[in-house]
Design a protein around this ligand. Structure first.
Ligand SMILES: Cc1cc2nc3c(=O)[nH]c(=O)nc-3n(C[C@H](O)[C@H](O)[C@H](O)COP(=O)(O)OP(=O)(O)OC[C@H]3O[C@@H](n4cnc5c(N)ncnc54)[C@H](O)[C@@H]3O)c2cc1C
Length: 529
């Protein structure tokens, strides 16, 4: 399930051993992977670099990185990246020549420049392009585009089949059908759409995480949502990501008085960990009255020795649409929901707590990011753990499921019902931003839970009448994911990494140096890994 970096890498690993069906909700290029800009972190300089990369990953995770997972990430990463290059990924090189040295940049909280990039600021699109092209050379991989997984079928304690449906925007009917499986890999990405302000594309509605929870799999660390500090903030414009590599190249952050403010928040200034920078921008952007905001800007003008249009062609072209240029203007920014550190709890080999169900990439939680992801570690995570999950699917060699064919054939929603679903989604997203965003406290999270409950009841009422549609399925997924985020945020009465509680502003290792486990019944437990 999913054709981002994790799903495609897994499919390639599996293809030598049997038939693989890659299901993706829109076209093969519509994924978070496709939009990744800055790059992929890889310690290509040998053992010392691997040790440093491990140290940076553990430090960013604020006491909660599961070391064996991080060790696997940094030590297997270089091999997985070398494979990518062999399969046709063209990273940027010195002099623009194929024989030139790989160019590396630095991002926040990395102790050395180790971020490889492609086409300047379009790394994800290049990785996605090359993986799709390579996967297409395997005759046993089939692609089902504009198709969505809408449920997992569990029998005798394991996943035996998945229900698929049309996700085409052109047909109201979703025409569900059942596919028997040996095993299902959820590589369906994150859930940024749960928040009204997000850098994620519209497909990122957390479907995989919600389906896994509904089928009985455990989720972990769902309170840890990373908010990217610098999303474009301009009336009528999307929350386009302004990559961290801009700050890596020397950009400043300034408030509406023209002051560079990060020195008041962290010694690493603009390259402090993401959560610190995001909260600093939020605080600098608060006005006098409650709810009032003041502009905050990214300032690239002090950077003199870089050809900005060449180094950041995608970002420059995007900004030009709004009459802005990196070398001339202050660029208005604000944080936006970006990356889910939590997800479907897996072991080191991608196995979820439910037999027959595996997870990798942003949908999974291996503990590799702890409470805060180190920049550019997620594309790498997709490669490393996509491969590992595929290898365990092969090793487990489960027999083919034999579920009965689907017997319910839902009716489409009326136009009024679809409009009602849209309004429920909009309310949910807004309340998640307001009540479970960068700064949380018990009272706001409880308001969020009440608002999410109202949304869930509205959706249930429509579903009870035997109706199904793509947006209804996505709304149900977002509602379930929101429930897990809110319940986990309420239970963690401390501040750590991306989770900040105004009412518990300190880190509390004695009680909470543990991972939260959400089991689908609204209850949250904490366990040490
Ligand atoms: C703007 C932006 C910039 C980023 N920049 C970087 C960066 O520079 N470096 C970095 O390391 N990370 C970056 N990230 C994060 C990184 O891109 C993602 O974490 C990573 O690509 C996730 O890969 P994935 O394979 O897990 O999921 P995705 O790439 O999100 O793929 C998910 C797939 O699942 C499919 N899907 C979803 N629901 C269903 C369903 N119901 N049925 C069937 N298919 C479904 C989608 O269609 C898609 O194909 C960025 C993210 C964004 C949004």
């Amino acid at each position: 399930m999913g054709a981002g970096v994790a799903g495609l890498r897994a499919a390639i690993e599996l293809a030598g051993h049997g038939d693989v069906l890659v299901v993706t909700k829109e076209s093969l290029s519509e994924s978070n992977t496709h939009y990744a800009q800055g790059g992929i972190a890889a310690a290509m300089e040998g053992d010392e670099d691997i040790v440093l990369h491990l140290g940076d990953t553990v430090a960013a995770g604020d006491g909660l990185v599961w070391r064996p997972a991080a060790q696997a990430l940094v030590s297997e990463g270089p091999l997985r990246v070398a494979e990518l290059i062999e399969w046709g990924t063209r990273f940027d090189r010195e002099g623009g020549k194929p024989s030139g040295q790989l160019l590396r940049t630095r991002e926040a909280a990395h102790s050395r420049p180790r971020i490889l990039h492609a086409n300047g600021d379009a790394t994800g699109a290049e990785i996605s392009r090359s993986l799709v092209a390579f996967a297409r050379t395997h005759p046993r991989i089939r692609f089902a585009e504009w198709t969505m997984v809408i449920s997992l079928v569990v029998a005798d304690g394991r996943v035996v089949a998945a229900d698929l449906a049309s996700a085409s925007p052109h047909s109201g009917k979703i025409n569900p059908y059942r596919v028997n499986t040996r095993s299902v890999l959820i590589a369906a990405g994150g859930a940024g759409q749960v928040y009204s302000d997000t850098t994620n594309p519209e497909v990122a509605t957390g479907d995989g995480i919600a389906l896994a929870a509904l089928a009985g799999a455990q989720l972990a660390d769902m309170e840890f949502y990373q908010f990217h500090p610098t999303a474009f903030f301009f009336p009528g414009a999307p929350r386009f990501l302004l990559s961290e590599t801009l700050r890596g190249e020397g950009a400043w952050l300034v408030n509406d008085r023209g002051q560079r403010f990060m020195e008041r928040y962290h010694p690493l200034l603009e390259l402090a960990p993401r959560d610190v920078v995001a909260r600093a921008i939020t605080r600098e952007g608060m006005g006098e009255a409650p709810g009032e905001t003041r502009p905050v800007y990214l300032d690239m003008r002090p950077v003199k020795n870089v050809d900005l249009r060449r180094r950041f062609p995608g970002i420059s072209a995007f900004l030009a649409q709004y009459g802005l240029a990196l070398d001339r203007d202050l660029i208005p920014i604000r944080p936006a929901a970006h990356y889910l550190m939590g997800g479907i709890k897996t072991d080191l080999a991608g196995r979820s707590s439910l037999p027959g169900l595996y997870a990798a990439g942003e949908a999974a939680c291996t503990g590799v990011h702890g409470a805060n992801r180190l920049a550019s570690n997620s594309l790498l995570e997709g490669l490393v753990f996509g491969t590992r999950a595929a290898q365990s699917m092969l090793a487990d060699a489960l027999p083919m499921g034999s579920a009965a064919t689907r017997e319910t054939f839902p009716a489409p929603l009326s136009a009024t019902e679809e409009a009602h679903v849209e309004s429920l989604i909009a309310r949910l997203r807004k309340s998640m931003w307001e009540y479970a965003g960068l700064l949380r406290e018990e009272s706001t999270v409880r308001l969020g839970l009440a608002s999410r409950q109202a949304c869930a009841s509205g959706l249930e009422e429509i579903a009870r009448q035997g109706r199904e549609s793509r947006r209804l399925a996505e709304a149900q997924a977002m509602s379930r994911v929101a429930d897990a985020i809110l319940a986990s945020a309420l239970a963690r009465t401390e501040s750590r990494g991306a989770h900040f509680r105004n009412d518990f502003p300190q880190r509390d290792d004695e009680n909470f140096q543990k991972h939260s486990i959400f089991s689908g019944d609204g209850k949250v437990a904490f366990e040490k890994w």
